[in-house]
Design a protein around this ligand. Structure first.
Ligand code: CTP
Ligand code: MG
Length: 578
């Protein structure tokens, strides 16, 4: 709430203008029934026809001014609300960008999408109409009540006494609707996630022939959504007619009792007509109470959810006194590093020393901790104990921006944006010289296949790189990393989808790029055998280390892998001979 108030403060002026406009409109509205009363009593009954044109002119003037006031009021509310929401949404997005990997491990995309979209919309509704209606309708109620009492206190008392019943029903309606609304909003997030995951994973679904299963999953969610909407509809259909009925009862009662008063000369006919008009200014706020409180309650619930995102602190924090090394060499040292995810240890006692310009290869079974290890270099996660040093500085003390901008990484899961190939490679790096760009593309074996495309580097690719093969996507992401030309290059299983020849070509160009410290995670011996050091991870521990020859001589796990891969090749050769 406080956060929203601070946004609203910036638009104080708009709110002041809007309030003035509301007050102006209400004041003018109060004249309408009074003028009608005069037409009835003075023009029609007393026959003072000369007053007629004057009163009509006044009515017209009121109508016009009211429209102008109304326009300015709506405009002020809409403008300030839209701006506030734009700022809020932007701040939320910026904040999400700051959050660490661990936050995204535990939060699903659909949920974040509904925070950014649905919840901000709820807040927008409250700011654009909710608050405006609340102020406006309260003022109508207060001013109209006072006027009714001055016109005829007995009739006014009767009317006002019925109002709480109307309000009670309306508030009850709101409470019930609010309850289901909470469920609907949570459910909508779940529905979003299901749909989004299904579409993102549509190829997998088709490949496994799981369409029916997915359809059933979605149907279940969709049905539940329907049931909740029906629940809400039932609440409406139960309460709304009651509100409608009671509103009419009030009117009939006032006309009946008022009629007797007019007959008994206790009030004029004009006053009764005016009374009938003012009563709507009481009935409407009562009827709208439910709606308004609903909008405000939804807004409140959404603010709380949005607030929760803002309360999320990035686990990886910028150090208090960030060190910015003058020259970044890329000497990476892991000293007694252990690492755990939520209490489960995945890396134990890791000690490595990768000198600038050398290459370290990391092998190991799936789940051994390879990705976790390299994630510690750029502080995607922080070590649980021990230290990771770069050029002698603990990464936790280094300026985060400097650290990350000196690391290029090709992640295991390739992600390409729905943009051109060129933009995917540049990825925000401006001032790229065309030679650098072409050399990165050539080294990663992108240039060849892109040159054959009709729009070359300007070819658009779909959300997940539709229209490209797995290997092409990998090559584009390697190109993206090479273009950054950082001191540290990390390839996490980056050549797994490539054929041996292409992999070999890329390895060769990488070897020519001197002065880079390279981390290569791979499963193939061919991808690692030129590394200065190869480490084998098993259950988060280094179980073998050395260069290719040393590990072959060791006749351990690496030797087995080598034999296995080499063996299968000879088998393949033999088969070919046969
Ligand atoms: N893990 C986890 N939470 C994450 C990532 C990983 O708990 N956000 C766990 C995994 O379940 C696994 C261990 O950490 O048991 C090591 O994961 P990882 O480092 O990703 O393994 P890799 O060696 O990279 O495996 P792969 O070859 O399959 O990429
Ligand atoms: Mg991995």
């Amino acid at each position: 709430m406080r956060r929203l108030a601070s946004y609203m403060k910036r638009y104080k002026l708009f709110y002041v203008i809007a309030l003035l406009m509301i007050s102006g409109s209400i004041t003018l509205d109060m004249f309408n029934p009074y003028l009608i009363k005069r037409i009835v009593d003075e023009v029609i009954i007393d026959g003072q026809v000369h007053l007629f044109s004057m009163i009509i002119t006044a009515l017209v003037a009121i109508t016009i001014s009211r429209s102008i006031f109304g326009y300015i009021k709506e405009y002020s509310f809409d403008l300030s609300a839209s701006r506030i929401i734009m700022e809020l949404r932007q701040d939320m997005f910026n904040h999400i960008q700051k959050l660490s990997f661990s936050y995204f491990d535990k939060t699903n995309t659909g949920e974040l999408m509904s925070r950014i979209k649905d919840d901000t919309e709820n807040i927008l509704n409250a700011l654009a109409f909710g608050i405006m209606l609340l102020i406006e309708q309260s003022l109508y109620f207060i001013v109209a009540s006072i006027l009714l009492f001055t016109l005829n206190w007995k009739l006014a008392l009767l009317t006002v006494l019925i109002m709480p019943i109307l309000a009670y029903i309306a508030v009850n309606l709101e409470r019930k609707v609010g309850e289901t609304y909470g469920k609907i909003s949570d459910q909508r997030a779940a529905l979003n996630t299901t749909a989004q995951e299904n579409i993102a994973g549509v190829r997998l679904v088709k490949a496994f022939g799981r369409e029916k299963f997915e359809i059933r999953k979605f149907l279940k969610q969709n049905r539940y959504n329907y049931r909740l909407n029906m629940e809400q509809a039932k609440v409406w259909s139960k309460y709304y007619p009651k509100i409608e009925f009671l509103s009419n009862v009030v009117l009939v009662m006032v006309i009946t009792v008022g009629g007797f008063f007019v007959i008994g000369n206790e009030m004029t006919l004009g006053t009764l007509v005016a009374f009938g008009n003012y009563i709507f200014m009481l009935i409407w706020p009562m009827r709208m109470i439910g709606w308004i409180t609903n909008i405000i309650a939804q807004c409140y619930a959404s603010i709380k959810k949005v607030e929760k995102i803002f309360e999320e602190e990035p686990h990886i924090k910028e150090p208090d006194k960030p060190v910015r090394p003058e020259k970044f060499m890329g000497h990476v040292v892991f000293k007694d590093v252990s690492f755990e995810y939520n209490g489960i240890t995945v890396l134990k006692n890791i000690n490595i020393d990768v000198r600038p310009g050398t290459t370290i290869a990391i092998m190991g079974m799936t789940g051994a901790g390879k990705t976790s290890l390299i994630n510690l270099i750029g502080r995607f996660y922080d070590v649980s104990s021990g230290n990771v040093y770069i050029d002698g500085i603990d990464v936790r003390n280094m300026d985060l921006n400097v650290l990350r901008s000196n690391i290029s990484i090709v992640m295991q899961d390739v992600f390409l944006f729905s943009d051109t190939i060129e933009e995917n490679i540049k990825f925000g790096v401006k001032d790229v010289l065309s030679e650098e760009f072409i050399s990165a593309s050539k080294d990663s074996k992108v240039h060849g296949f892109v040159s054959k495309m009709p729009y070359k580097y300007k070819t658009l690719i779909g959300e997940r790189g539709v229209g490209l093969s797995g290997g092409q996507k990998q090559r584009i992401s390697i190109s993206r990393a090479l273009l950054r030309d950082s001191k540290i290059l990390i390839l996490d299983d980056a050549t797994s989808s490539l054929d041996m020849d292409t992999e070999y070509e890329i390895q060769k160009s990488l070897n020519e790029r001197k002065g880079m410290t390279k981390f290569i995670i791979a499963h193939r011996v061919s991808a690692v055998k030129n590394a200065d050091e190869i480490i084998i991870l098993e259950d988060g521990e280094i179980v073998e280390r050395g260069n290719h020859q040393q590990l072959i001589n060791l006749k351990g796990r690496y030797y087995d892998i080598y034999n296995h891969q080499f063996g299968s090749m000879t088998l393949y050769d033999n088969e070919e001979v046969v």
